[in-house]
Design a protein around this ligand. Sequence first.
Ligand code: GLP
Length: 257
Amino acid sequence: MTTKPAGTSGVGPSAAPSAGEREPKHAALRAELLALIDDGMRPHQPLPSERELMQRYGVSRMTVRRAMERLCTEGRVYRVQGAGTFVADPSTISKSLHLTSFSEDIRGRRMIPGSRLLVMERTEADLACARDLFLTPGTPVVHLERLRLADDEPMCLENSWLPEDVVHGLLDEGEPPSLYAWLDRVGAAPVHADQTIRATVVDTRQAQLLGVPAHFPALQVERVARDVKGRAVERAVSLYRSDRYDYRLSISREPRP
Ligand code: GLP
């Protein structure tokens, strides 16, 4: 671990920017903290407090917060109100309330995202699709069913429906490695989503694909994603293995007067 005495600026020799490339301090601190975690910290072990980190690395509170925020989004640490920040359990993918893609979640865990394409077809919007995507039933949509993998291991079974007029070209180009990266490229990147998360169990086909026993518990996440223009660009139903995923929420309430 590399530390600096209190009062000096910067976050450690390994993070020192070389001439010409100035790495922001919060990015350098994030790298230092990752090294600290990977250097033998255990899941659920508390990280040093904000004040300790400010002193140890000679950085401001804002820098510490930005680095921690980033690590939280990446699922490497989690926060407990009033208790501090803790090392996340690497065997579980902790989803935060940031709108991320599967590939981003998995890369954040230093694994390689992948997919097995099961279905890619032009079809017609059924009632659920029409309702969520604000289409007339029967409007052409593109349906993708993908088994999502992390380091080649099945993690999630994902069905997505996208209005054909938003994704024309997708069927011709073939399955993109990342759907969200593809949507970004065509100017339809999701920036907002409404989600419903519910507990369920997998059926026989789903169990086989996910590599778990039949009736294994799963988290079913329904997402309707909108782009910056407010267009509904994706309806998705994702079935996550409950042994590999959890959702973390920060909740608060107004103080009593
Ligand atoms: C998450 C969402 C899906 C979305 C997917 C895109 O898993 N629940 O609705 O389709 O991310 O991931 P990628 O860009 O890796 O294809």
